[in-house]
Structures are given as structure tokens and as C-alpha cells.
Ligand binder design. Structure first.
Ligand code: KG4
Ligand code: ZN
Length: 376
């Protein structure tokens, strides 16, 4: 994936991500305009046939939220309102298309921050109403999982996917397109949340994941022994709050004793404790459920140590390992377009009564009918 950073158009500064040259459209192609606004990235993309990214525009609010040490929901919603039209215009113009060339409008309708989600949902509904084009609501985590289809053209379900983001840590069996079975999940904090909280505690600031990743490269992962993030009686579940408390205790103890902690060592030791459990559970799931493909997804999937350990363990266990480029691991709309394509092919269409669902569960059959007009 090529990344052009800091392009400015229509008052929106954004990052444009491209796969390179793409072929002329042919009859039967499905071209989807996708929108994502569930947290602090306003994003729009044009995706053809679920796997070909014609444009992928991401306007990040990270700099804005950094001064508050985390995402401020109200500010996020307001910024989405300001940026969304510019992002969509840029996505169409980078793809060299107009709304006439689009077959469907896709949007993340949950889970996420309700005010943030509503901006994308309202925008998608307005475009669908104005153009008469079909509307497809996408689950944000299905989007993260589907990011794997973009660069791995040969990847087909079934496979096991480790989804680790700021809001979710799930071990999922992807049985078919849009068919998921959750076999493990976090009992408390999400993996990304733990990265963010620990980074704040050791003074690295926000966003914590990339900062810990960078600091850990100069640290000793064996310097401190932190508890592993497992639950004794649940094979595939995770728990990150004990690990986080253990890091906080270490910081407090050192302060009381007037000792200076090596931040890089704390970052590396914490990261090791998180990554080892994530990978161990994922490999075990592949073995015990009998799948020979492991994929990773979500913001934490861009973590260097996680990618390296997955690569190593999958090669030892004879499993194929799939991961999106880092820019497709964190929030983007190309992944939403990828997931929407398979829903479109099934005939899924949402009505204009589609609403944002902040706690939308993954893999719950009931949720498939939130605001859907028809499932052919
Ligand atoms: O998927 P994402 O962009 O948004 C959500 O859906 O939550 O994930 C954001 C999370 C944040 O917690 C961030 O700190 C974490 O992903 N993250 C990382 C890295 N890059 C982002 N965590 C560890 N290492 C990274 N390199
Ligand atoms: Zn996400």
C-alpha cells in the first residue's frame, strides 16, 4: 500500500492510501462508496468487488485529542461533521468516479461512539436517499476482519481471526463471509485500551499503542515479569486489567522508593506479556478448531512484536498467516467497503430507518435485522 500523507483538498487534510494501478471496470463489477466515522478517524473509500481499493481517504483527529490524553466524544462528532463531505469528495475524485458510478453506499453503523457513528450514518442515508442507491450498514469489527481480504486476494473463509483494537479483543472463527463465531474475548479492557492506559501511566502519552511499540524496540522485554493476561478457567478469554494494575503498582513502588524506571524496559516487558497471550490463544484456537489459516485485525494488529511473533509461531505450526498493512489495521473505510461487498452479494439492503447502534454485537443473528429492509 502506498501512502500519500497530508494532502489538502476542500479544507480537509488527509492521508490517501493506494494499491497502485487498477484495471478498467467491466460489467458485473460492484463499486461501493464506504464511510467510517465510529471513533476519531473520518474516512471514505471507493472499493471494487470487495478487494480492489480505488481510493482510501483518512482524516485523523489524533492530534486534536492528544492534548486531552484520549478521544473526547463530543469533539470527535463535531470534527466528523466538518470533515466528512471533504473526505467523500476526495474519495470519489481520487478514484476518478462520480456518484453515478457507485453501486451502493456502505457505512459503519456500530459499535462505536454514538455521536460519531451518527455522522457517518446520516451522511450515508442522505446520499442513498438523494441518489436512490442501496444502503448497507456494516459492523465495525466485520470491517476490521475484512481488511485482510484487500491485500490477500487468495484469502477465503474459513479461518481464525484475532481482532485486537482500542475497543475490542476477540478471537473469532470466520466461518464464511459475514458468518462469525466468537470463541474468546476480553473480560475487561481491550488490548488497545491496555496499551493506551499503560502508555499514559509511564508518560508516553496518547495514542499509546504506537508509542509503546516504538519505545519497546529499545527496551528489554525480560526486565520485568508481569502476569499473563489469561483467565485460568476460560481457554480463549483474555483479561488485561490485572496486567495493567501490575504495571501501575510497579510505577508507584518505584516512585515511593525514589527509583527511576526505564520506560523502554517497562514498555517492552508489558508488550511481551500482552502479545504472548494473544498469540498463544490464537494458535491454540487454530489447532483445536482445525483451521490452517490465522489472520489478525484491528489497530493493535499493526504492533511490530505481535506481527513478528505471529509470523514465527505460524511458520512453526505450519499455518498460513495473514495481516493487513498497518494503515489498513487502524480505522479506515476501505475495510468497510470490503465487508459491505459480501453483504451486497447476499442481497442485504438497509432501509432509511437505519440507526447507529453503539454496542452492536458481533455475530449476533438478531443484529442482522437492525434497520434492514430485505435479505433476499
Ligand atoms: O482499530 P483502531 O484504530 O480503533 C478501534 O476500533 O478501536 O484501534 C486503535 C487502537 C488504540 O488503542 C491504539 O493504541 C492501538 O489500536 N494501536 C496499537 C498500535 N497502533 C495502534 N497498539 C499496539 N501497537 C501499535 N503499533
Ligand atoms: Zn476500529
Amino acid at each position: 500500500m502506498q501512502i500519500d500523507k497530508n494532502i489538502e483538498k476542500d479544507g480537509v487534510i488527509f492521508m490517501s492510501v493506494k494499491e497502485g494501478e487498477f484495471a478498467e471496470a467491466v460489467d458485473g463489477d460492484v463499486t461501493i462508496l464506504a464511510i467510517e466515522s465510529s471513533c476519531d478517524e473520518t474516512a471514505a473509500a471507493v472499493v471494487r468487488n470487495g478487494r480492489e481499493v480505488l481510493s482510501n481517504i483518512i482524516s485523523s483527529q489524533i492530534a486534536l485529542h492528544t492534548i486531552y490524553g484520549g478521544v473526547v466524544p463530543e469533539i470527535a462528532s463535531r470534527k466528523h461533521v466538518e470533515k466528512i463531505n471533504g473526505c467523500i469528495r476526495a474519495a470519489l475524485s481520487e478514484a476518478g468516479l462520480t456518484l453515478d458510478d457507485i453501486d451502493a453506499i456502505a457505512v459503519t453503523y456500530g459499535p462505536g461512539l454514538v455521536g460519531a457513528l451518527l455522522v457517518g450514518v446520516s451522511e450515508a442515508k442522505a446520499i442513498s436517499f438523494a441518489t436512490g442507491k442501496p444502503l448497507i450498514g456494516v459492523h465495525h469489527i466485520e470491517g476490521h476482519i475484512s481488511a485482510n481480504f484487500i491485500e490477500n486476494k487468495d484469502l477465503e473463509p474459513p479461518f481464525v481471526c484475532l481482532v485486537v483494537s482500542g475497543g475490542h479483543s476477540h478471537l473469532v472463527v470466520v466461518k464464511d463471509y459475514g458468518e462469525y463465531e466468537i470463541i474468546g474475548q476480553t473480560r475487561d479492557d481491550a488490548a488497545g485500551e491496555a496499551f493506551d492506559k499503560v502508555a499514559r501511566a509511564i508518560g508516553l502519552g496518547y495514542p499509546g499503542g504506537p508509542k509503546i511499540d516504538k519505545a519497546a524496540r529499545d527496551g528489554n522485554p525480560e526486565a520485568f515479569s508481569f502476569p499473563q493476561a489469561k483467565i485460568p478457567d476460560a481457554e480463549y478469554d483474555f483479561s488485561f486489567s490485572g496486567l495493567k494494575s501490575s504495571v501501575l503498582n510497579l510505577i508507584n513502588q518505584s516512585k515511593m522508593q525514589g527509583q527511576e524506571l526505564n520506560t523502554n524496559d517497562v514498555a517492552a516487558s508489558f508488550q511481551k506479556a500482552v502479545v504472548e497471550v494473544l498469540v498463544e490463544h490464537a494458535i491454540k484456537a487454530c489447532r483445536e478448531y482445525g483451521y490452517d489459516k490465522l489472520a489478525i485485525a484491528g489497530g493493535v494488529a499493526s504492533n511490530t512484536a505481535l506481527r513478528e511473533l505471529c509470523e514465527k509461531r505460524c511458520s512453526e505450526e505450519n499455518l498460513s498467516f495473514y495481516r493487513p498493512s498497518p494503515v489498513l489495521c487502524t480505522d479506515n473505510a476501505a475495510m468497510i467497503g470490503a465487508a459491505a461487498y459480501y453483504e451486497y452479494k447476499k442481497g442485504v439492503r438497509f432501509g432509511l430507518d437505519m440507526n447507529a447502534v453503539p454496542n452492536l454485537p458481533l455475530g449476533d443473528r438478531e443484529r442482522r435485522f437492525h434497520g434492514r429492509e430485505s435479505v433476499k
